[in-house]
Structure formats: structure tokens, C-alpha cells
Design a protein around this ligand. Structure first.
Ligand code: PAF
Length: 280
């Protein structure tokens, strides 16, 4: 496995890799969720490139960029074991050199849910992902369903800007009790980790109601809110039952709708989601 920092060197090494090329963009501190995306890429593609870059422009002023967990040596071990060909580790100065002034803004789909709570977050995500795509020029790029709105924003950007690549979405990987894997879980105490299973419990409570025939968006949102309210260590920031592509809230629910939520457990903000199907 090779590692590289500079864009010109990345381009030279990328040109030598056999196609099709799969790309997994990450912010590091890798867990089984990231590795499952690498495995999907390995299954589909002749070569796999991973980037590790904690992107400052997707953090708001009140979000602690400096405290974001990092462990590059452990990440490189995991990626080598997973059979990755090339890891790109750009610095902030490489991605955002002095005088940088071009931004990618995906409009409507960036606005609700996470976008409403985290001003500028998706502008940072779509800009950095466009830059990563331009440098790596992958045939397929892999994103986790855990960040459902990020998936919707990137898919819209790829369509709107004609990026010649396919977006592949990997299933959310979960701990034994359903907690979605996330680098942010490392902030949780043992007690908070237990409380954090409430996100999956709330999603499942709404799913069970849907499978039993409930079709009211208001009712499904209320079920999620009530389940979270019953967990003393958790506080819901939003719950949603929306169209999975436009992210507009729905009154009447059908298969394919996206249930999602952001919940504080202590100071840690967690998100989770699932796509409804009426299958039992
Ligand atoms: O999902 C992430 O880790 C980040 O948002 C991404 C896609 C790597 C962009 O910084």
C-alpha cells in the first residue's frame, strides 16, 4: 500500500492503477463502517484509493475541529490489512491554499435536517468531495447510508456537475445493540453508549408501526420523539420522516421514505436513519 500527500504525486500514482478505480473518502479514525465500504470497493473494482482528511470547512464555529479523533497509524494498518492500494493524506494547506475562493453549494437538499442545524456544513462537504473527485478521478465512490443527507447531497452534486462516476451506498454498520458505528462514539462513556441505543430503538419503533399499517408521517415522528424522550440521557434535536432524495417532510408515508434523527447524548450529537419498507 502506498501513501501520498501532494496532488501531483497522487495523480501520477493513480494513473498507474488498474481500473475500474474505487474511492472511499474518509476523515480517518476508521471503524468497521469504513472498512465495509473498502470491502464493497474491493469487490467491485480492480484498485482502491482511500483519502483521509479532516475537512475543516465542514465544521461549524461551535464544533470542535481540533478535538476530532485522529489516529493515522492505526488507520493505515487497517487499510493495509483491507488491501487498499493507495491512501491520500492531504494537508489543509494542500486542499485550501491561500487565496482559495471557490465553493460548491448544493441548494435545496442541503437545507433541512443536518443543514438546518449545522450552517455551512454541506457547503464544506460538497466542496471537499468535488475536490477529492477531481484529484482521484474514481469510477465509483463509496459513502455510508449512516450519513443519509450527505448521500443525497453528493448524488445531487454528481448529477448537477456531471461527474463521470457512480455513487455506491453501503449499509450502516451497527454495534451489537444497534448503535450505528461512528467515529464520534469514542466520545461516549459506557453509560452514554447504552443510552445511545435509543436512536435505533426509536427508528425501529417507528418502523414497526409502519409495518403494522401506520401511514401518518406525524404519527411516526411522534413515536420516534416519544421513544427518545423516555431515555433520560438523550435529547432529540430533530426527528424526520422525509422523501429520501428531496428530504422534504412527508404527511403520507410509503415504502422508501427516510426516517432520520439527530440526538444529543450528553454533549455528543449522534445521527441515525433507516429507509422504510413494508416487509416484515
Ligand atoms: O463522511 C465523511 O467522513 C466526510 O463528510 C467526507 C465525505 C469524507 C467529506 O469530508
Amino acid at each position: 500500500m502506498q501513501t501520498v500527500e501532494e496532488i501531483t504525486e497522487l495523480r501520477q500514482l493513480r494513473a498507474q492503477l488498474a481500473g475500474p478505480l474505487g474511492f472511499v473518502p474518509t476523515m480517518g479514525y476508521l471503524h468497521a463502517g469504513h472498512i465495509s465500504l473498502v470491502e464493497l470497493a474491493k469487490r467491485d473494482c480492480a484498485s482502491v484509493v482511500v483519502s483521509i482528511f479532516v475537512n475543516p470547512t465542514q465544521f461549524g464555529p461551535s464544533e470542535d475541529l481540533a478535538a476530532y479523533p485522529r489516529d493515522i497509524p492505526a488507520d493505515l494498518k487497517l487499510l493495509a490489512a483491507a488491501g487498499v492500494d493507495l491512501v491520500w493524506l492531504p494537508t489543509p494547506e494542500i486542499m485550501y491554499p491561500p487565496g482559495f475562493q471557490t465553493w460548491v453549494e448544493v441548494e435545496q437538499v442541503s437545507q433541512p435536517l443536518e443543514g438546518a442545524q449545522r450552517a455551512g456544513h454541506f457547503r464544506g462537504v460538497s466542496t471537499v468531495v468535488a475536490k477529492l473527485f477531481n484529484a482521484v478521478t474514481p469510477d465509483k465512490a463509496y459513502f455510508g447510508q449512516k450519513d443519509a443527507q450527505q448521500v443525497a447531497v453528493i448524488q445531487q452534486m454528481v448529477r448537477d456537475l456531471n461527474f463521470p462516476l457512480e455513487i455506491v451506498v453501503g449499509a450502516t454498520q451497527r454495534e451489537a445493540e444497534g448503535l450505528a458505528m461512528s467515529s464520534r462514539n469514542s466520545y461516549l462513556s459506557a453509560e452514554q453508549r447504552q443510552a445511545a441505543t435509543v436512536l435505533y430503538r426509536a427508528l425501529n419503533a417507528a418502523r414497526e408501526a409502519y409495518v403494522a399499517g401506520e401511514r401518518s408521517g406525524n404519527r411516526l415522528r411522534a413515536i420516534m420523539r416519544e421513544t427518545i424522550a423516555a431515555e433520560p440521557l438523550a435529547e432529540a434535536q430533530y426527528v424526520s420522516c422525509a422523501d429520501r432524495a428531496s428530504l422534504e417532510e412527508l404527511d403520507e408515508i410509503t415504502d422508501g421514505a427516510l426516517l432520520s434523527m439527530a440526538v444529543y447524548v450528553g454533549k455528543t450529537r449522534l445521527i441515525d436513519n433507516l429507509i422504510l419498507t413494508s416487509e416484515k
